[in-house]
Design a protein around this ligand. Structure first.
Ligand SMILES: NC(=O)c1ccc[n+]([C@@H]2O[C@H](COP(=O)([O-])OP(=O)(O)OC[C@H]3O[C@@H](n4cnc5c(N)ncnc54)[C@H](OP(=O)(O)O)[C@@H]3O)[C@@H](O)[C@H]2O)c1
Length: 381
């Protein structure tokens, strides 16, 4: 396939488990369970995307939260919380010294990208912390073409495990995550929980990858949509992920889990068509979707679309990762309509120059001209 998979597979990935219709509309994970014993939680990170959602999920449960970061990203967030300053890299400045000698029930490691960093924090914390929850990624897997991959699937490897670079095309991101997982598990044997999300989406998503769809629908007109409505899709709302991670902490759950979104089942399928339907619906159906099949995409070579990946070839299993284990461990999902409408509301609350970035910035997916070209090609075909 000419359509280079890297354009679709950068930075994340996703496959197959049975999910009943009820699960698609169920309540969030922790709000439905009994309030727990108060936990002392350390978040390594905390002020980007997943971190704030964790704080929002843990706070109403009565947990006490400490954040550890460099104080660079959103430093004004959560003034009420204890904040420890430092760098994940022990060789930079004071490194992780501020964590020494402190006790917590659980640590959420959100920002571990290099095994040396994860090893350092996990080994330092192991004597004083009960449970290490490491946020990995399904990008850790070696392949994306297998449907229904579970947590036993083979992970990617590095040419040199001491390399500290993501690689020219981000190709080491996943293998490095796999090594970070091993570092966490080695320091916390039998006390580590490895969380492997696919695409994390929803309010606060800095990447605009999923946000593009409801935001584009809100602009109206003819909207080019890649692939077919029946293509599988897996995303996880950041709030579902965070609520489940808090649940995992409360239950002291250990093991490895694909934290991927709702999956196709014979009775109810979250497919790409549903995501686009929900994206249009939350805008009052302002736009008209023009479905652009693979052969037209290949002929016109747009820069790429995020989230969607061809349900074929190398990316056939990309949106069909098994989330059975995580669901057994309590992972639940809100509806895709909730995610699209809340994401759009959040996006529209951002400053105009930030909103403009989605369509006009360097990270844009599709120029207006290219989109018009694709729509015209579809109508001609
Ligand atoms: N987005 C997705 O679709 C997706 C999919 C799969 C997996 N993931 C994984 O999910 C995690 C999400 O991370 P997030 O950014 O949303 O987490 P977050 O906890 O909300 O934010 C990242 C935090 O890390 C801190 N940080 C960054 N570099 C640091 C350093 N060298 N030393 C100390 N603190 C540092 C940042 O603060 P300062 O800058 O102030 O230090 C910030 O507080 C990542 O591990 C990612 O690999 C994401």
């Amino acid at each position: 396939m000419n359509f280079d998979r890297r354009r679709f597979l950068t930075y994340s990935s996703a496959a197959a488990a049975l999910l009943g219709a009820n699960s698609l509309a169920c309540q969030s994970t922790s709000s439905s369970s009994t309030p727990p014993k108060k936990l002392k939680i350390l978040i390594l990170g905390g002020t980007g995307f997943v971190g704030p959602a964790l704080v929002e999920a843990a706070t109403p449960r009565g947990h006490e939260i400490t954040l550890f970061n460099r104080g660079k990203t959103n430093p004004g967030l959560f003034p009420e919380l204890e904040k420890l300053q430092g760098d994940r890299d022990p060789l930079k400045g004071e490194g992780i010294k501020s964590l020494a000698g402190r006790q917590w029930d659980v640590v959420f490691d959100d920002c571990g990208y290099y095994p040396r960093h994860v090893k350092a924090s996990a080994e330092l914390l192991a004597p004083n912390v009960g449970h290490y929850v490491y946020v990995s990624s399904i990008s850790c897997y070696a392949r994306n073409d297998i449907e229904g991959m579970d947590e036993t699937a083979e992970c990617g490897t590095m040419p040199d495990p001491t390399l500290e670079t993501m690689g020219k095309q981000y190709e080491y991101y996943g293998p490095l995550k796999a090594l970070c997982e091993q570092a966490a598990e080695a320091a916390f044997p039998g006390r580590a929980c490895i969380v492997r999300p696919g695409y994390i989406v929803g309010p606060g998503d800095p990447t605009d990858r999923f946000t593009y769809w409801p935001a584009r629908a809100d602009k109206g007109g003819e909207m080019a949509v890649p692939g077919a409505p029946s293509d599988p899709i897996q995303v996880i709302d950041v709030r579902d992920l965070a609520e489940w991670m808090v649940h995992v902490a409360e239950q002291k759950t250990t093991g490895r889990f694909n934290a991927c979104g709702p999956l196709p089942s014979p009775s109810k399928q979250l497919d790409w068509g549903e995501v686009i339907r929900a994206s249009l619906a939350c805008t009052g159906n302002k736009a008209t979707p023009r479905w652009v099949p693979l052969e037209v995409l290949e002929a016109h070579q747009p820069a790429g679309f995020h989230i969607w990946a061809p349900f074929a070839g190398e990316s056939k299993g990309f949106h069909r990762v098994s989330n059975v284990a995580a669901m057994k461990a309590g992972l639940k999902f809100r509806t895709i309509d909730q995610t699209t409408s809340d994401t759009l509301a959040w996006f529209k609350s951002l400053p105009p120059e930030r909103q403009k970035r989605l369509f006009d910035g360097a990270a844009r997916m599709l120029t207006a001209e290219k989109e018009a070209e694709l729509c015209a090609a579809v109508k001609k075909a």
